[in-house]
Design a protein around this ligand. Structure first.
Ligand SMILES: [Ca+2]
Length: 497
């Protein structure tokens, strides 16, 4: 419905969308009766004639308003009413047509202006858009660069991170290995410590055992020393007794001699006691020497009531009067003999021989004797050892050696055991060694354990005499392994000179 007010030009018209589309818009006009009265020419009927057809586009700018009162028109006769309506229609159409011309021109102009403005705006916008786009592209490029740099940095950092991670892994592995090694070493250390402790305990036990053993050995040694002292006392007592007996014997002999002299002087010498010089007996080489026999050689002597015995007398050495009890010179006699053979003596008196332990015992029991040992090495050098006292014990005493006061050129120290030693042979072991010295070193001798001498050892010829432990040894003259060329042991009463 379109309502128009002619006086105030209010826009009251409206065209339906369907009218615009079909190109035949219609204006439905409602005319109010008040305006019709003022201007009857525009009063219209409210019936079929109130529809006015208009062309497309016109209605958009219509500013015409009509106000016609229909009830008043209806009082007019129809022909007249029709006429008014036709007339009104023409008026309106003309008015609209005129109005439309101006409106159209304005509209066109305004459209052109609008279009131009739009175009200009669009151009401006395009320019600004283009510059914006280029700026945007520039920014985008920069952003891309930055992004690329960031990416590169990120990559590098990632690679470094990876490398660090790898080296961390390696370090961790090495750390693990080292930890394992340390733990192994710790275990080994523990094991060794345990071993050490065990060893210490064992050593302590062994030490205790050794201490106990030492204590018992010391006690044993003490007891043995006591026994030895007792034995020495007994021995000195026995020796005293023996000396006393010898003195008594000597006194008796002197008495007999005095009696004989008296008888001779009185001319009552019985036939049984008359002796020639040849028949006279001598107790040793010293008596022979004093009786005028002063050449080296074999003589006969006699002790007490024993069988006469041939001995070799040295009448030249150190004043002469020496009875030889041992002699080595060429190895012609075997000295590796039994106890019994050493007891009785062996060899040739004029050459190599051993006078015999029993006879030496008897001889040295008569009075106090000195001993002289003469030695010759393989360079012809000679030396001697001399003792102011020499005697040996009985067989029961293992022919024990007794010595005193060593002097001489065959060593500053005595090579014979000065404190004494028992005699041993290959079949009788009396030495102080756990071993058997007579078997090891050969011969019969006063071995200690085994001592620094053995003049009855093996005879080695020249060139074989060095480095021999079982040879003819006199340690403090030629050392422990030098075998001598010649030896002589001989005795003489202490009061000979
Ligand atoms: Ca032994």
């Amino acid at each position: 419905m379109t309502v128009c007010r002619l006086a105030n030009c209010e826009v009251l018209s409206e065209v339906s969308a369907a009218d615009r589309l079909h190109g035949a818009p219609r204006c439905l006009i409602h005319i109010k009766s008040r305006e019709f009265h003022q201007n009857p020419a525009v009063a219209l009927s409210s019936g079929a004639a109130r529809e006015i057809r208009m062309k497309k586009g016109f209605l958009d700018n219509i500013r015409v308003c009509l106000s016609i009162s229909i009830p008043q028109l209806s009082s007019l006769p129809t022909p007249q009413m029709t006429h008014i309506c036709v007339h009104l229609q023409d008026l309106i159409e003309n008015y609209i047509r005129e109005s439309m011309k101006v409106e159209m021109a304005q509209l066109q102009q305004s459209a052109v202006n609008n279009h131009t403005d739009a175009m200009l705006k669009m151009g401006t916008s395009l320019n600004s858009l283009t510059s914006l786009l280029s700026r945007t592209a520039e920014q985008a490029r920069k952003l891309t660069d930055v992004e690329t740099q960031v990416l590169n940095q990120t990559s590098r950092l990632e690679i470094q991170l990876l490398e660090n991670s790898l080296s961390t892994n390696k370090l961790e592995k090495q750390l693990m290995l080292q930890t394992n090694e340390i733990s192994k070493l710790h275990d080994k250390n523990g094991f060794l410590e345990q071993k050490m402790q065990e060893m210490e305990v064992r050593h302590r036990e062994e030490l205790e055992a050794l201490k106990e053993e030492k204590g018992s050995l010391q006690a044993l040694v003490g007891r043995q020393i006591g026994v030895i002292r007792e034995l020495e006392d007994q021995l000195s007592h026995a020796t005293g007794n023996s000396t006393a007996l010898q003195r008594q014997q000597q006194d008796l002999m002197d008495t007999v001699h005095n009696l004989l002299n008296l008888c001779a002087k009185e001319g009552v010498i019985p036939n049984s006691t008359k002796q020639t010089e040849e028949e006279k007996t001598f107790k040793d080489c010293a008596e022979l020497f004093k009786a005028g026999f002063q050449k080296n050689g074999v003589y006969t002597i006699q002790i007490s009531n024993l069988e006469p015995r041939k001995v070799y007398c040295n009448m030249e050495s150190a004043g002469g009067g020496w009875t030889v009890i041992q002699h080595r010179e060429d190895g012609s006699v075997d000295f590796h003999r039994t106890w019994k053979e050493y007891k009785m003596g062996f060899g040739s008196v004029s050459g190599e021989h051993w006078l015999g332990n029993e006879f030496i015992y008897l001889l040295t029991s008569q009075r106090q004797y000195a001993l002289r040992v003469e030695l010759t090495d393989w360079d012809g050098h000679q030396a001697y050892s001399q003792y102011d006292r020499f005697h040996i014990g009985t067989e029961k005493q293992n022919y024990r050696l007794f010595l005193k006061s060593h002097t001489g050129t065959a060593g500053r120290l005595s090579s014979l055991v000065i404190h004494g030693a028992d005699f041993s042979t290959k079949d009788v072991d009396n030495d102080n060694c756990m071993c058997k010295c007579a078997l090891m070193l050969t011969g019969g001798w006063w071995f200690d354990a085994c001592g620094p001498s053995n003049l009855n050892g093996m005879y080695y010829t020249q060139g074989q005499h060095m480095g021999k432990l079982n040879g003819i040894k006199w340690h403090y003259f030629k050392g422990p392994s030098y075998s001598l060329r010649a030896t002589r042991m001989m005795i003489r009463p202490l009061d000979f000179l």
